[in-house]
Design a protein around this ligand. Sequence first.
Ligand SMILES: [Zn+2]
Ligand SMILES: [Zn+2]
Length: 298
Amino acid sequence: MYNTAYTEPSYPQRFPARRIVFSSSGDLNRAQRTLKTAAESLFAVFFPSDCRICQSSLLNISNLPVCQACLKQVAPRTGLFCSLCGEKLFSEHVQTEEGPRCGMCRRAAPPFAWASAYGAYEGVLRDLIHLLKYQRVQSVAPLLGQLMDQAIQGRQLPQELLVIPVPLFKGKRRSRGFNQAEAIAKAFVIRHRARSIQLDTSSLARIRETASQTGLTRHQRRANIRGAFAVARPERIQGRDLLVVDDVMTTGTTAGECARVLLRAGAKQVFVATVARATREIEIRFDEQSAWANAAHA
Ligand SMILES: [Zn+2]
Ligand SMILES: [Zn+2]
């Protein structure tokens, strides 16, 4: 869609110098505002673009094609969560000495030390993940890396950490062109340049293509994913603390399998961070359908 450009009102010819005289701070601000509006109008004329989520016209000069109104809707999850797997808890009667725990984690603790997610996998956050994952809008990655960073604020993390994105199978990576988990992990690591946090994309490999986890029970998911990952460079992860990164976590089966394999190969501890957490299967089914629709139209 073509944008209707906003045109600056023309100034009376009697005061032609008004826009370039910086005699007072008031004039300076007005001049700056005028220049900014003019620049934005020119940008809209020469690079007409719409928000990739709500389709409203974009006027801000940014490489992220999402409007401020959409970005304002991105919010962290609220409520009570399992301190181990991050599952949302709906009852207060889940407290243990180590913190709130879901039924699954009370029966058997997951292999990872904890898993944290920024927001619920819905609305604008889901749209942002889809922009990166299915429409390959790579400029979304820094924002998702920042949100994931927020997800682990308040968690105890060691000073030295290897960040391992959940790998894609080679063929899938080739057809998608990139791994969205890797793009998010990279953006996260860049934010922590000063600390001893390193990206590691070669120690963990996906050695088998897995069927979609959609519609499977937790038990079926576990069977589906078992044997899908292998540690290619055990010497690199031995005795190390690892942060496994993914875009979305549903039941935690994939992250759990990565953690299991990494711990068996000698890792000290594994933590898990994701941008979003999906809680209901129905949302995933809907999501996969819309993802296919997006991919078809991309
Ligand atoms: Zn928008
Ligand atoms: Zn749990």
